[in-house]
Design a binder for this molecule. Sequence first.
Ligand code: PEP
Length: 250
Amino acid sequence: MGRRFFVGGNFKMNGSISSVKEIVNNLNGAKLDPNTEVVVAPSAIHLLLVRESLKKEIAVAAQNIYYKKNGAFTGELSVEQLNDAGIAWTLLGHSERRVSMAEVAESNEFLAEKAKAALAGGVGVIFCCGESLEIRKENKTKEHVLSQLKSAASAIKDWSKVVIAYEPIWAIGTGEVASPEQAQEVHADIRAWLKSDVSPEAAENTRIIYGGSVSEKNCVELAKKPDIDGFLVGGASLKPAFVDIINAKS
Ligand code: PEP
């Protein structure tokens, strides 16, 4: 059996109760490709609203978690709380948390702890990686992306609940999408690394999705590439056209 196409929507710090309800209503009423697994990641304040109102075929993700159990960690969300609320996934390592929000600057080691905690608690991980424009210009994309993944791999025993999101920073929110060839090249490098450093099964079965200015206009061409198993969508996940991206393979 092939890898199931996977489309995630990252709402980031966007949306009001009424606009999020509108997105939910749109998804609930849309005809979605049943072969595509869909996960949406609203802001923490909207997680419960979305989980309670969205059809059950669509899973819900947190945008972040803390790796400790419940306790004195003001402002954080635990894996146990996600489980209690029916939130089955979490994003981890988005570049906005690794790099753009310099005050946060999540390190590879910190993210490995989070991945370990999420998976131990049965929460799936959409693990983000990707290079800056400077790194790409220095021809160090592969080395950089694999170093981000290697650190997380030490904490991952079961890859069946992990989706790798390759998101070049220069393409996130910029309208400058990676070409299908650029994305495919990095996805193939990641898959080759999974095969050599993790296992042939992990290489065969792990979804590697692309993120960075994916839209209804570019998704079909990207989806044709053999190692692009879906998308992580930011801005366009807030719009009705998200449905077209979910159905990119139909
Ligand atoms: C993202 O936030 O993960 C993302 C890819 O954003 P956008 O689609 O807006 O570039």
